[in-house]
Write a protein that binds this ligand. Structure first.
Ligand code: APR
Ligand code: PHB
Length: 396
């Protein structure tokens, strides 16, 4: 039997919900997480793996970064590949010393789950039919069923951290929400393989056959992607066909080539940009994928989720400790500034690097011209670098 009263009821135990739970606990604010799936299922989802420095700093603050520091890989730059050549963007030099950490989101989730069980935080897994109620009032509550039995959790606030398909955003009255969306006509085919890294840094490749990305997880596990039809099936792609495609798109004219490995996972993801404005209604607050989606090209998804959670924690803390509700009132407005910056960056990188079906030769040359500029002008490279490592947004 779960608790029937808490200060903050959190819907969803992905990175947003778990990190919010951890930071609130550190601030002495009681919380309960309700998650539709099992813990094992949550950990089986494979997601991106680039952490901005501010994200890593917040994981430090939350006390969940020990393994990230041991196993995460610090990267000082990225490579852009086009026209058969690679061009380095020196993130560190262009941003006054900032770096990114390569550490899988699944690992972050794992560390957060371990921390939550260490302090005995309540997480109700396999909670069915979770529904937020009365968040227009000061006495909201959440109902759910567990193993067929109905429960009610009373609270002061509800945090909707339940991803794009969750119930929280869907519960906000339609007339209060404005949503913005762009669906891209392509997807990413992702693989995980056992083998050595192909490069010291991530490679983002534009090729006439389509985009490709060479990423990594560790010295022995590599993550790679290539642009595909979102409706394609992994069954159409033998290992040999996958390697041939990656070589064609990423191998350089001067002999640098992708290193093959033993593929143990394949998946296809669709690509979308999405923003929900507002991100709050009464005492219901949305964070992470529940409020916004970016295509993965800029590696911003989890970083945006973490930035929301940082703001929401600060606002809830101000409410409980100083009896101030102004930060809560401004939560959505403040969060959306960073979100729109990241939306633009992710869209820009996506548009510059992908093969756009039906694009004219003129439009294709514009993509190359833009890449030439980003890789030869220090100011253009700085725009890329400062967005990639994470822009500090005023009022943050
Ligand atoms: N009731 C309870 N839980 C739910 C419900 C529901 N109705 N709907 C969804 N959930 C759960 C999902 O099972 C999932 O575990 O909410 C969680 C949402 O987690 P994520 O989708 O990982 O979203 P978030 O925590 O915001 O993480 C954002 O995920 O997609 C990536 O790029 C994105 O890195 C970013 C991160
Ligand atoms: C990943 O490693 O999964 C990854 C890296 C960079 C991206 C997207 C995904 O832009």
């Amino acid at each position: 039997m779960g608790p029937n009263r808490t200060q903050v009821a959190i819907i969803g135990a992905g990175p947003s919900g778990l990190l919010l739970g951890q930071l609130l606990h550190k601030a002495g604010i009681d919380n309960v997480i309700l998650e539709r799936r099992s813990g094992q299922y949550v950990l089986s989802r494979i997601r991106a793996g680039v952490l901005e420095q501010t994200t890593a700093d917040l994981l430090d603050e939350a006390g969940v970064s020990a393994r990230m520091h041991r196993e995460g890989l610090l990267h000082d730059g990225i490579e852009l590949s086009f026209g058969g050549a690679r061009h380095r963007i020196d993130l560190r030099a262009l941003t006054g010393g900032k770096q990114v950490v390569i550490y899988g989101q699944t690992e972050v989730t794992h560390d957060l789950m371990d921390a939550r069980s260490a302090f005995g935080g309540a997480t109700i897994y396999e909670a069915d039919d979770v529904v937020p109620h009365d968040f227009d009032s000061n006495t909201p509550f959440v109902t759910y069923r567990r193993e067929g039995i109905a429960h009610e959790l009373r609270c002061d606030f509800i945090a909707g951290c339940d991803g794009y398909h969750g119930i929280a955003r869907a519960s906000v009255p339609e007339e209060s929400l404005k949503t913005y969306e762009r669906v891209y006509p392509f997807g990413w085919f992702g693989i995980l393989c056992e083998g050595p890294p192909s490069s010291d840094e991530l490679i983002y490749a534009r090729h006439d056959r389509g985009f490709a990305l060479i990423s990594t997880r560790s010295a022995n596990v590599q993550r790679m992607y290539f642009q595909c039809d979102p409706k394609d099936s992994v069954d159409n792609w033998s290992d040999d066909r996958i390697w041939a495609e990656l070589h064609a798109r990423v191998d350089s004219h001067d002999g640098q080539h992708v290193k093959d490995g033993k593929i143990f996972q394949k998946n296809i993801v669709g690509m979308r940009s999405f923003v929900s404005a507002t991100m709050q209604h009464g005492r219901l607050f949305l964070a992470g994928d529940a409020a916004h989606i970016v295509p993965p090209t800029g590696a911003k998804g989890m970083n945006l989720a973490v930035a929301d959670v940082r703001l929401l924690t600060k606002a809830l803390n101000a409410f409980y400790v100083e009896n101030r509700s102004d930060l809560l009132e401004r939560y959505s407005e403040t969060a959306l500034k960073r979100i729109w910056r990241a939306e633009h960056f992710s869209y820009w990188m996506t548009s510059m690097m992908h093969r756009i079906e039906g694009a004219s030769p003129f439009e294709q040359q514009l993509q190359v011209a833009e890449l030439e500029y980003v890789t030869t002008s220090r100011s253009a490279a700085t725009v890329m670098a400062e967005n990639y490592v994470g822009v500090a947004v005023p009022q943050d």
